[in-house]
Write a protein that binds this ligand. Structure first.
Ligand code: HEC
Ligand code: HEC
Ligand code: HEC
Ligand code: HEC
Ligand code: HEC
Length: 250
């Protein structure tokens, strides 16, 4: 008799629990939209995933979980974050190089037909997306390696691509170093145009050499052969002609 009463009480309290959850359900959902909640709860579930985010360039005050995952905790958060648009909203330069690559063109054409089941990196997509390469197999660590390529290409193709890519980057870096030597001379000898030359050299390092690197990393011929190498050639020529003019005026 007592045990039956206990069972009844248990059942009743269970029912009460459901009713309470039903009533405050909306509030619980709202609560999960707070950042501290995401981190605390998910650190308990998977500490590595959270630590990876904390050690990445994405650990910033203005860039929280919801920036990538959205606010609807209904089983679609991972799928939401794997969409290219999420990453492209911030990474404008990378957006351009990717969009002009074969991968980017395929992703654009496939659009909604691209499957987004977790985790990315099982060859489920026809062409890789941003998260496919940089967050391969469910990591928050931003990786830029050749590993994902081998889901779809032969090791030899990938190896050849990156070997010639490294040479391209080395050639670009040589142009930057040559320009640097000229800038040093202009500055050391206090020649006219030194400031302007230094500005051009900055753009070479920050922008145009970066374009060559992205051209390789994102398989984008435009970045290598239009925004990259030819731009570096033009920069170097301009810096040299500044020295030339300064020497004539002396
Ligand atoms: C009270 C604990 C808790 C809080 C708070 C919480 N989550 Fe979750 N989250 C879970 C659990 C449990 C699952 C597993 C559900 C499953 O596997 O079906 C999950 C699943 C997920 C998933 C994978 C499933 C999917 O939606 O694709 C993502 C991504 C995620 N949470 C992100 C977040 C983010 C971002 C926040 C903050 C806005 C957050 N979570 C807040 C407990 C929590
Ligand atoms: C709200 C803006 C924002 C969004 C959205 C965003 N990023 Fe970033 N990303 C940044 C910032 C800021 C950095 C740090 C840049 C730095 O340190 O110079 C960064 C850095 C990176 C890096 C360089 C590695 C590192 O750890 O610093 C990669 C790769 C990257 N993001 C890829 C992605 C991918 C893939 C996505 C989409 C899943 C994405 N980003 C979404 C702003 C964003
Ligand atoms: C096919 C794989 C692949 C895809 C798809 C891809 N990336 Fe990359 N990404 C790379 C590689 C490889 C690099 C080169 C890293 C290097 O050499 O510095 C790179 C470089 C970057 C960098 C600079 C990293 C750094 O450390 O300076 C950012 C940021 C970035 N990608 C963001 C994106 C975004 C955003 C997208 C989608 C629009 C995207 N990537 C698509 C492979 C990829
Ligand atoms: C730069 C964008 C970005 C940020 C910021 C980010 N995530 Fe993610 N997260 C992703 C992507 C993309 C994946 C899916 C990777 C994959 O598909 O392999 C993912 C995967 C996850 C998963 C695993 C989903 C599963 O299927 O198991 C969880 C849980 C998660 N994120 C929670 C969080 C939490 C909590 C935060 C804040 C501390 C956060 N994420 C910050 C982009 C991000
Ligand atoms: C999810 C599958 C997938 C992944 C992952 C992938 N690719 Fe691709 N890649 C493709 C497809 C599909 C094409 C288009 C092939 C065609 O031209 O028909 C392509 C095209 C290319 C091309 C252009 C070839 C040409 O003929 O112009 C290069 C270069 C390339 N990939 C390199 C890479 C590198 C490097 C990585 C890793 C950083 C990578 N791919 C990752 C599927 C993938």
């Amino acid at each position: 008799m007592i045990s039956r009463q206990a069972m009844l009480m248990k059942w009743l309290s269970g029912m009460m629990g459901c009713i309470v959850i039903g009533i405050i359900g909306f509030d619980v959902e709202a609560a999960t939209e707070s950042m501290t909640d995401c981190i605390a709860c998910h650190r308990e579930r998977n500490p590595i995933l959270i630590a990876e985010w904390e050690q990445s360039g994405h650990h910033r005050p203005a860039l929280d979980c919801q920036t990538c995952h959205g606010t609807r905790h209904d089983g679609t958060m991972a799928a939401h974050s794997r969409r290219n648009e999420v990453c492209m909203a911030c990474h404008a330069r990378e957006r351009q190089s990717y969009t002009l690559s074969k991968h980017g063109v395929i992703a654009l054409m496939e659009g909604e037909r691209m499957a987004y089941p977790p985790p990315s990196g099982n060859g489920e997509a026809r062409a890789p997306t941003c998260a496919y390469c940089h967050m391969h197999r469910n990591t928050h660590r931003m990786t830029s390696t050749a590993t994902p390529c081998q889901d779809c290409h032969s090791p030899r193709f990938v190896d050849t691509w990156f070997t010639s890519g490294r040479k391209m980057i080395a050639i670009g870096a040589m142009k930057v170093r040559e320009a640097e030597a000229v800038v040093h001379r202009l500055v050391r000898e206090r020649m006219e145009g030194a400031f302007k030359a230094r500005r051009i050299h900055e753009i070479m390092t920050r922008d145009h050499l970066g374009r060559v690197r992205l051209g390789v990393g994102h398989q984008s011929p435009d970045d290598q052969w239009w925004h990259g190498q030819p731009a570096l050639d033009g920069d170097l020529l301009r810096i040299k002609s500044i020295l030339h003019d300064a020497l004539i005026k002396r």
